[in-house]
Design a protein around this ligand. Structure first.
Ligand code: ATP
Length: 235
């Protein structure tokens, strides 16, 4: 294990029914690191996050979080250990207000951000505190989805394409929030198709292809080898 690794994924395979989606993934995430999973559509990035979280149940190999095996654990047990998952579809309660959304699910552990801290991190949400989920813009919904997992005390965040479908100016805002979280010591895995966004925020990049890790590059290596990365992404 890399020194300081907080998550270690070893030889992880995962299935949807009989269909194998991950074929022996290997990577580590270090404490305080921001790691991206990048790759084409269908490469297995979302499945990797869902496997860590226990949403995809049929898995082999090993996923160790702070030394504890997560394979076999239920989603709520993984969440209680401090892993927060923000799915691509954001999964906020659209009929509830921002404030009500922040109370669900109930706090899982101590150390979560208070409403005051959350509204300081996400000033837009304070302005919209009484607004219904459906009335929020895409960017505000994304912020609310992230705010919810911070309130639960998660220090290890799995964020699935937070930039998806957002205008460039909002993507920049989300990038700033994510960088601020990193400064505050959160460890983050980010699934990202938007390479500009990924390059802006990440320490290292895990390149995923056909359910496998084909390369792991630090920020400087990625910059030096953009042609190869573009090929991986099919751009
Ligand atoms: P995308 O950006 O398109 O979500 P991805 O890299 O996140 O791509 P996954 O969504 O993890 O890829 O998909 C990996 C493989 O698993 C693909 O072949 C996909 O078709 C398959 N898959 C994903 N979700 C399901 C599901 N619910 N049932 C069956 N197969 C699935």
């Amino acid at each position: 294990m890399q020194s300081g690794a907080v998550l270690r994924v070893e030889n992880l395979s995962a299935w949807y029914a009989e269909s194998k989606a991950l074929h022996g993934m290997n990577f580590d995430v270090r404490e305080g690191e921001l790691l991206t999973l990048i790759g084409r559509n269908g490469a297995g990035k979302t499945t990797t996050l869902r496997s860590i979280m226990g949403i995809v149940r049929k898995r082999t190999g090993s996923i160790k979080f702070k030394g504890d095996e997560l394979i076999g654990r239920r989603v709520y047990e993984v969440a209680r250990k401090g892993v927060g998952y923000c799915p691509e579809e954001r999964a906020i309660f659209s009929s509830l207000s921002v404030r009500e959304n922040l109370t669900l699910p109930p706090v899982l552990q101590k150390g979560g951000m208070s409403d005051e801290e959350l509204f300081k991190t996400f000033p837009n949400l304070l302005r919209r505190a009484g607004s219904q989920g459906t009335k929020l813009s895409g960017g505000e919904q994304q912020m609310l989805a992230i705010a919810r997992i911070l309130r639960n005390g998660s220090r290890f965040l799995l964020l699935d394409e937070p930039s998806e479908g957002l205008a460039p100016v909002v993507v920049k805002e989300i990038a700033e929030i994510i960088l601020r979280l990193k400064t505050q010591g959160f460890t983050i895995i980010l699934v990202e198709q938007n390479l500009r966004f990924a390059r802006r925020v990440a320490d290292r990049h895990v390149i995923v292809e056909h359910g496998k890790v084909v390369d792991i590059l630090n920020a400087a290596e990625l910059e030096a080898d953009m042609d190869r990365v573009q090929t991986y992404l099919g751009v």
